[in-house]
Every structure is written in structure tokens, then in C-alpha cells.
Design a protein around this ligand. Structure first.
Ligand code: CAO
Length: 438
């Protein structure tokens, strides 16, 4: 048996600093450099490492004691130190710090201190950078080893509740927090910082009836919410003169009827949109998930929002560029019927490049449609109305049928100028049916 005293090493200018955690007990066999205890002043916390390997025979301190350089920490039997490192058990569940660390904890208003990079003598703690963590000006209590562990995993200590004595953060607290964060849905993991919605008993204000949301509403709700908060939306409003287009459409109704087709404005809109997508290809793109590149699509599959008794669905018409308005109109009717009868197959709702949401048959003057991500833009149509429009040539107002356009786009991908160019191009296409049919 060879009993040695273990003293507090040179800890710089710190004196009478508090012992906040002791990681060893009598009987523990420890390796050289294993953390023995953590001390903390008002400015710093540091782990004190074992200067040599051995078995702890007696701990001379307790949590709350004040120590300075030379204070007796414990007695150690170094005769047992010949034990191979593998046999040296890890003290409690604490991971011994190979290099003890000092975590500077400045006052909240102060900038982070300069971090010394030079390695000090072996008997001294080795200062390593650590970010202080504050919650409303309060210091988070955690040993440097736990801080380092959290830092390596990118865990924000100020958001973790400590389960140790006096609320100290333990390694297990960090592990549990990381597990819980990973298990959360993406939106929460983004950390938008929403306060939870209050739970209100509406019955206290009058009679109520609670109805379950349909499966479609629940699914589309999650997607709409994600798209709304993750894609920065801008909505460009415009109006297109569709007087001539409407005359043409009506003139084609009989023929369409003979072919069993209901020729609606939406079919023409699809052709106009494809023309605009060809002219402005970034509208026919998707942003790569890493945000580093744009995936430009060479096909033109256009989705349309369809109102069904169960909620909103978006069937997709494929290769609109290769189809004429009659074919498109027929498909619109077929897909809408399938959607309303809940017979739409999943692949009929996939692969869209751009979506049109038409509320024209219902009413309204304009609205802000939510982008159907990963598409980057959506066109909303409201009810066309006859309006007086100034004719420069005849210097008079003329009654024209004006269609309100509401184009929402993802501002990460599309600039405002291109948003306005896109709707201007649509105006041009829609005002001259000959261009549209080219
Ligand atoms: N202005 C004036 N009238 C319009 C119009 C417009 N912009 N769009 C359609 N109409 C007229 C049609 O000509 C038709 O009139 P007739 O019956 O006299 O011919 C009538 O309104 C009904 O049209 P419709 O809505 O049945 O046909 P559509 O091809 O225009 O639309 C569909 C099909 C599936 C888009 C539509 O039925 C629908 O579900 N709309 C709702 C979409 C929705 O909920 N969007 C919101 C999503 S949230 O972003």
C-alpha cells in the first residue's frame, strides 16, 4: 500500500472556489487524468483531474466546500495503480476528461473571453473553449465535461433541464434531450419558438359541437402549414383581359359538347401557364433540399386544386404542353370527378411542376394561395368581372372581362421582378387567344 495525498493543483488566480460536484468515492479505482471533481467560481467552472492512477481510500471534501490551490482533495493508494488502463473503471457514469477543461462563464453582457490555446503544464487544468449558456441571464450549471459533450452534439444547454443536485445538468440530461429532439416532427425541430396555443373551453361561451377533421384535411393541413412557414411567400396580383378568350370559349361550347367535353376557362389557363413556364423556366423548378441548387424540369405537369367534400386535393395533368385544350378540359373533368368520388389514385396527384387554384366559379376578388412545395409557385384565379378599361387608341373606357390573377412564389427562388414578368406574360397570352393556341 502506498497512500498519497491528492491536492488541488495550480488553478490560476482562483481562490476559495466552491466544489460543485465530486465524481469519485472511497474504493473507486481511477485512471490518471480521470475527473475527480468540478469546482466553480463566479467566472469559471473546471474539472480537477487525477494526477496519477490508483484507488481512492478517502475523500476529504464534500460538495459546497471551498478550495484553493493546495487544498486536500482525497487520499489515494497508488500501489494498485499498476492495474492496466482497461481495468480502471470509469468513475460512476461520468466520462473522464482526457484533458481537463475550463469553461469560462462571463457575465451575460460581456463578450466571450479569449480562449487560451497553449497547453499548460500537466498538473494544471487545460483550458478549452466553452460557450456559456444562459437562460434569461441565469448560468446553466454543468461540468466542463458535460459542456464539452453537449457542444460536440450541438445541444443548447440553456434549453435542457438538469436532473442533478441543485438542477445541475448531467450527461444523461444531454443525451435524453438529444433523443427527444430527434423524435420531434421536423417543424418543431426547426425550433420556430411558437408558444403553444391556449386550450379554450368554447362551451363556456355557448353551445358547441366538436367534429373530427377528415383524413385529407389533416394531411393537407400539415403540408400547408409546413409550406407556409418554410417557403417565404410573396403574392403578385394582376388582372388579365379575357374578353376575347371568353368569346372564343363560348363559340367552342357546342363543338366541345358534341365531343362530350365541358370547355372551361381552366383548360385555357393551363396552356397559358405552360407557355409562361417555358418563358420563365425557374418557375418550373424545385429547390434542392440542401438549398444549394435548382432542379429544372423539362416536363410540364400542372396540378389544379380541387374542392371535394372531404377537403382539398390536387390532381395533376401530365404533359400539358403536348395536349390541346379539349384534351385538357376532358382530363380536368375526369380527374375532378374521381377526386370527388374519392377514387383518385396516388400517382394522379404526384409529379406536379406548378399548381393552379381556381376559385373563379365561386367568387372573390383576390387571395394568397399557399405554394404546393416543392413547387416554387402557384397561380390563384378569382372571379372574372366586367370592368371599364381605358383604351389608349380610342381614348375611351371600354367594358372588358377582367380575370384577377394571384401568383404566390417562393422568394428564395424567384425575384419580385420575375414574379411581375410572369403575370405580365400571362396577361399577354390570355388577352390574345391566337398566341395561346400557338
Ligand atoms: N370567373 C368567372 N367564372 C368562372 C371562373 C372565373 N375565373 N372560373 C370558372 N367560372 C365559371 C365557369 O365558367 C362555370 O360556369 P358555367 O357553369 O356557367 O359554365 C362555373 O364557374 C363553374 O366552373 P367550375 O368551377 O365547375 O369549373 P372550373 O374548370 O373553373 O374549375 C375546379 C374546376 C375543379 C378547379 C373547381 O371545381 C374547384 O374545385 N375549385 C375550387 C378550388 C379550390 O378549392 N381552391 C382553393 C385552394 S386553396 O389554395
Amino acid at each position: 500500500m502506498s497512500i498519497k495525498e491528492v491536492l488541488v493543483p495550480d488553478i490560476g488566480n482562483f481562490k476559495d472556489i466552491e466544489v460543485i460536484e465530486i465524481m469519485v468515492a472511497a474504493g473507486d479505482s481511477i485512471a490518471a487524468d480521470a475527473s475527480l471533481m468540478t469546482v466553480e467560481s463566479d467566472k469559471a467552472a473546471m474539472d480537477i483531474p487525477a494526477p496519477f492512477a490508483g484507488t481512492v481510500t478517502e475523500v476529504k471534501l464534500k460538495v459546497g466546500d471551498k478550495v484553493s490551490e493546495g487544498s486536500l482533495i482525497l487520499m489515494m493508494d497508488t500501489a494498485s495503480a499498476a492495474a492496466p488502463a482497461a481495468a480502471a473503471p470509469v468513475v460512476k457514469s461520468f466520462t473522464p476528461a482526457a484533458t481537463p477543461v475550463v469553461a469560462e462563464v462571463p457575465a451575460p453582457s460581456q463578450p466571450a473571453p479569449e480562449v487560451p490555446t497553449q497547453k499548460p503544464p500537466r498538473s494544471q487544468p487545460d483550458p478549452v473553449a466553452a460557450h456559456p449558456h444562459f437562460e434569461a441571464g441565469k448560468t446553466t450549471h454543468a461540468s466542463p465535461a458535460v459542456r464539452r459533450f453537449a457542444r460536440e452534439l450541438g445541444a443548447d444547454l440553456s434549453r435542457i433541464k438538469g436532473s442533478g443536485p441543485r438542477g445541475r445538468l448531467l450527461k444523461e440530461d444531454v443525451q435524453n434531450w438529444i433523443k427527444a429532439e430527434l423524435a420531434k416532427p421536423t417543424g418543431e425541430a426547426i425550433g420556430l419558438g411558437f408558444t403553444p396555443a391556449p386550450v379554450i373551453d368554447f362551451g363556456q361561451f355557448g353551445e358547441v359541437d366538436t367534429q373530427a377533421l377528415s383524413r385529407i384535411k389533416k394531411l393537407s393541413g400539415v403540408n400547408l402549414h409546413r409550406n407556409w412557414v418554410t417557403a417565404p411567400h410573396v403574392t403578385q396580383f394582376d388582372e388579365a383581359d379575357i374578353t376575347d378568350l371568353e368569346d372564343f370559349r363560348k363559340s367552342m361550347q357546342d363543338e366541345a359538347g358534341r365531343r362530350g367535353v365541358k370547355l372551361t376557362l381552366l383548360a385555357f389557363m393551363m396552356k397559358a401557364v405552360v407557355n409562361a413556364l417555358r418563358t420563365f423556366p425557374t418557375f418550373n423548378a424545385s429547390l434542392a433540399v440542401d438549398g444549394e441548387s435548382l432542379i429544372m424540369k423539362k416536363y410540364f405537369h400542372i396540378g389544379f386544386a380541387c374542392d371535394t367534400p372531404d377537403g382539398l386535393v390536387v390532381p395533376v395533368i401530365r404533359d400539358v404542353n403536348k395536349k390541346d385544350v379539349m384534351d385538357i378540359a376532358r382530363e380536368l373533368t375526369e380527374l375532378s370527378e374521381l377526386a370527388r368520388e374519392r377514387k383518385l389514385k396516388v400517382d394522379a396527384m404526384q409529379g406536379g411542376c406548378f399548381t393552379i387554384s381556381s376559385l373563379g366559379g365561386i367568387g372573390g376578388t383576390k387571395f394568397t394561395p399557399i405554394i404546393n412545395c416543392p413547387e416554387v409557385a402557384i397561380l390563384g384565379l378569382s372571379r372574372a368581372e366586367m370592368k371599364p378599361v381605358w383604351n389608349k387608341a380610342s381614348k375611351s373606357f371600354e367594358p372588358r372581362l377582367m380575370l384577377p390573377l394571384s401568383l404566390s412564389y417562393d422568394h428564395r427562388v424567384i425575384d419580385g421582378a420575375d414574379g411581375a414578368r410572369f403575370t405580365s406574360h400571362l396577361r399577354l397570352m390570355l388577352s390574345d387567344v391566337r398566341r395561346l393556341l400557338l
